[in-house]
Design a protein around this ligand. Structure first.
Ligand code: DQA
Length: 149
């Protein structure tokens, strides 16, 4: 198995740091990705980080991750969490562990955020920790892989 992790962020997360900071904080996506890269590399893993506002692009990256046999996927599907059977179908083809991540706790928010299609394919769910959830997810994924090895 590879030691290559895929981190995917969905729509509007390119505006992290500026977008509704009372919910999502002031840290930018570039800073989040740098935290994850540092965490992964310190533990002997590499991480590939992508963000898109397009559902099709996210699906294509999941397909590429399957083909290149990534060891795990961390995904914040953002609003696609609540709408996308297509992303669920893509994730259902992944054999590696999948961590679904949300910066906020969607269950404390509007009722339309309470349902996640992605959860049906996820190994684990991290939500409500703010952007700290990202490096926590990297550590958790690596610990999970080590425990299975
Ligand atoms: C989010 C929660 C979603 O409901 C929302 O649409 C997002 C971000 C989060 O990280 O808290 O865009 O996934």
């Amino acid at each position: 198995m590879s030691k290559h992790i895929l981190l995917l962020n969905g729509p509007n997360l390119n505006r992290l740091g500026k977008r509704e900071p009372h919910i999502y904080g002031h840290t930018t996506l570039a800073e989040v990705e740098a935290m994850c890269r540092a965490k992964a590399e310190a533990r002997g893993y590499t991480i590939e980080c992508h963000q898109s506002n397009s559902e099709a692009q996210i699906i294509d990256w999941i397909h590429e991750g399957i083909e290149s046999e990534v060891c795990g996927i961390i995904i914040n599907p953002a609003a696609f969490t609540h709408t996308s059977v297509a992303i669920l179908d893509a994730l259902n083809q992944v054999h590696a562990p999948i961590i679904e991540l949300h910066i906020s706790n969607p269950h404390k928010r509007e009722p339309f955020r309470h349902h996640s299609f992605v959860t049906h394919a996820a190994t684990a769910l991290i939500c409500g920790l703010g952007v700290v959830g990202y490096p926590v997810a990297v550590d958790a994924l690596i610990d999970f892989l080590a425990a299975k090895a």
